[in-house]
Design a protein around this ligand. Structure first.
Ligand SMILES: [Zn+2]
Length: 398
C-alpha cells in the first residue's frame, strides 16, 4: 500500500522531515533525529530517499565524537530552478532563480501590458527559455513559475479580476497558458503582494508582520502576517489607494469616481499636478523624484504632504494590523526621507502607543527587485512544501 503521494508507508512524512533542512543549514542524521524525535532508522530511510531525489546533498562531515565523522546534509539549491516574472505597465522582468531564491540570471525588457495576455506571456516565456539556455538548464528543470501582474488577481485560479490597466486580461487563465510550456505550478499574484513577500524574505524574516506600501502612479499595499501573505477573500486585501483621506477637500475626485481617495491625493499624478499648478515642469513620478533630488522646495513640500496623507491612512492600518515594520516602496520612495518623514509624522501621532512601540517605518531595500524575489519565494514555498516534496520524491524514486 502506498500513500496518496505514491510513497511507500515507511517514507510518508519525508516532506515533513525535509522542512528541517529548508533553511539551508547542514545537519547530520543525529541532529535530524534530535530535532524530529524520529527513530534513527526512519531518519536514514527518509534522508536516503531525499538524496536519491536530488533535493538533498551531502555537504562534508561534522566534527567526530569518536569513530567515523557523521555526514551532514543540506538542501541542494541547484536541484531545480524557478522562473520568476514581474510584469509592470510598460516593462517585464524575467529571472531564473535556484531553490534558495538566489537569482541566477535576469532580463528586463520594455513590454506594454496592453499588448494583451497571449503576446505578453509568450514574450516572457521566450525570454525565460533563453535565460535557461544561457545557464545550461532545461525547461524540464523548472520547478514552477511565479508571476506578478499590475492589477487584482484571484490567486486561487491565477486569473486577473477586472484589472484597470490591463485591457484584455480580465479572467484570462494565466496558469493554463504558461502551463502548456512549463511543468509545475504557475502561481499568479498582484505585483504589490509579491513586493511585500520579496521584502519579507530578503530583509525582514525576523519581523513577520510587515506592511509594504507601493507609492507610484497608484497606491497599493501588500500585507504579510506571521510570514504569510494576507490576500483576503477575493485577493483584494491591501487596496489602500481608494481609502478616503480624512479631511480631504471635496473637489478632489478620484478616477474611481469617489471623493478624496488616497491615490487622488498622494500618488505620483496628484503630486505632479499640484506641482504643475506651481509652475514646475513635472509629469511622471521620476520627474518628482528628480525635482526632490535637485532640492526644489515646492517638490520637497509636496512629497512630505503626500507622506502625511499616506500616514493618515496608515495610522488606521497600524491600529488594525499592528505590523512590526512598514516598508515604503515604489518609484516615489526614491524621494527618500521626505516621504518617510511625512508618513512617520502622522503615524506616530495618530496610532495607539502599543501599536507603535516597536514599529519601524523604512524605505524598501529590495527596491525594483522585490517583485522578482517575491515571485520566486512564492513558488519555492509551494514546491518545497511537505506534500509537494513527498510527491516529488515518489516520482523520482519510482
Ligand atoms: Zn478612488
Amino acid at each position: 500500500m502506498s500513500s496518496p503521494a505514491g510513497l511507500p508507508p515507511t517514507l510518508v512524512g519525508t516532506g515533513d522531515l525535509f522542512q528541517l533542512l529548508r533553511d539551508g543549514t547542514p545537519r547530520t542524521r543525529g541532529e535530524l533525529a534530535q530535532l524530529s524525535s524520529l527513530a534513527r532508522s526512519t531518519i536514514t530511510a527518509r534522508v536516503d530517499a531525499l538524496l536519491s531525489s536530488g533535493l538533498l546533498q551531502p555537504v562534508g562531515e561534522a566534527a567526530s565524537t569518536g569513530g567515523r565523522p557523521p555526514t551532514r546534509f543540506a538542501l541542494n539549491r541547484a536541484d531545480r530552478v524557478v522562473l520568476a516574472i514581474d510584469l509592470g505597465a510598460s516593462h517585464a522582468s524575467v529571472a531564473v532563480s535556484d531553490l534558495s531564491g538566489q537569482v541566477l540570471d535576469q532580463r528586463t525588457v520594455q513590454s506594454d501590458i496592453a499588448d494583451g495576455p497571449v503576446v505578453v506571456l509568450d514574450r516572457v516565456a521566450a525570454i525565460g527559455v533563453e535565460l535557461l539556455g544561457g545557464i545550461d538548464r532545461q525547461v524540464a528543470d523548472v520547478a514552477g513559475v511565479g508571476i506578478g501582474v499590475p492589477g487584482p488577481v484571484e490567486h486561487a485560479t491565477g486569473r486577473p479580476a477586472n484589472p484597470p490597466i490591463m485591457p484584455g486580461w480580465h479572467d484570462f487563465d494565466i496558469p493554463a497558458h504558461l502551463g502548456r510550456q512549463f511543468a509545475g505550478p504557475v502561481l499568479v499574484d498582484n505585483d504589490v503582494n509579491l513586493m511585500a513577500l520579496g521584502e519579507y524574505v530578503t530583509s525582514w524574516q525576523t519581523a513577520p508582520h510587515l506592511l509594504l506600501v507601493k507609492v507610484a502612479t497608484g497606491i497599493g499595499a501588500g500585507i504579510v502576517t506571521d510570514g504569510r501573505l494576507l490576500r483576503g477573500a477575493l485577493g483584494s486585501a491591501g487596496d489602500l489607494g481608494h481609502v478616503q483621506v480624512a479631511g480631504a477637500p471635496q473637489d478632489v475626485v478620484c478616477r474611481c469616481g469617489n471623493i478624496g481617495c488616497l491615490e487622488a491625493m498622494a500618488a505620483g499624478p496628484a503630486i505632479a499636478a499640484a506641482l504643475r499648478g506651481q509652475g514646475l515642469d513635472v509629469e511622471s513620478s521620476q520627474d518628482i523624484v528628480d525635482a526632490v533630488s535637485a532640492g526644489d522646495i515646492a517638490a520637497l513640500q509636496a512629497v512630505r504632504a503626500a507622506g502625511r496623507d499616506l500616514g493618515s491612512v496608515l495610522a488606521t492600518c497600524v491600529n488594525l494590523l499592528n505590523p512590526s515594520v512598514i516598508v515604503i516602496g515604489g518609484k516615489l520612495s526614491e524621494a527618500g526621507e521626505y516621504l518617510l518623514a511625512g508618513v512617520r509624522e502622522v503615524v506616530y501621532q495618530r496610532s495607539l502607543p502599543l501599536a507603535t512601540h516597536d514599529l519601524r517605518i523604512v524605505s524598501t531595500s529590495a527596491g525594483s527587485q522585490g517583485g522578482i524575489l517575491g515571485a520566486s519565494a512564492m513558488v519555492i514555498d509551494a514546491v518545497l512544501a511537505p506534500r509537494a516534496v513527498d510527491e516529488y520524491v515518489a516520482r523520482r524514486i519510482a
